[in-house]
Design a protein around this ligand. Sequence first.
Ligand code: GLN
Length: 295
Amino acid sequence: PAAGAGATVATLRRRIAAQLAASCAGEDDATPDLDARLLVGHALGYSPTDLVLHDRESVPPAIERTVEAWADKRAAGVPVARILGEKEFWSLRFALSDGTLVPRPDTETLVAAALAALDGAGRRAAPLTILDLGTGSGAILLALLSELPRAIGIGIDLSEDAARTARRNAVALGLGERAHFLVGDWSAAISGRFDIVVSNPPYIAAADMADLPVAVRAHDPHLALDGGAEGLAVYPGLFDSLAAILAPQGMAFVEIGAGQAERVLQMGRERGYDAQSYRDFAGIERTIQLKPKAA
Ligand code: GLN
């Protein structure tokens, strides 16, 4: 472009990346280049991977100003997902709100574990029922429904705001007919038996809450994080409730935090379930599967 013309995609994303790199110097999990591509791409309607194909296009000044305002928020510590109000999970786009945790890549481990177990049992195409306890944005339930053509599911959340957001996501993903969302206290609000029960419950120990990265501590709902004194407060009640809500051939998949596998597996086995763990991409035991022992 001629001298004096406005920014191109390339110059804008490089400038934003440099700003973000400077603002997060010293943070080892910082991703300034990706963040810049997400912000510029979102403003222009391009995916972060496609964006470089548009590097030579010029950016309208109003969009440039929008991106600059977003970058200032990011530099001040607000996560990209909160600035844009959305996050990709299982290659699907989820809208977020104050009552929803930002879906984490780690949680794709749970989705993959459930699908692998169903494949192993030859039940992937079966007419399954799924219950998601603490559904948040609906990420786990809706990712599963997107892979299981004959499944239907219910997501429950204590937060009315979360249930509303999950419903919106179901409709936007074309899954509105097969997903239903309720506000309530988990299984206390439900009767019936389900083939698959899933949950990413709060599991951060009280002592660790203050040490969470600011992106989590200041922007994710504490209801979705705070797992009591040792982070394990929710699992006993959750596992006890399975006796009434799991179908005879059913399986439950729950997320856990780093270092919690041994004790949560034990809680499952004490209640008479076969229990096993699945590791996430970092090699951390992240998902626990429970199923009733074969008679
Ligand atoms: N994985 C989240 C974190 O570490 C915690 C989510 C949860 O407690 N379920 O921030």
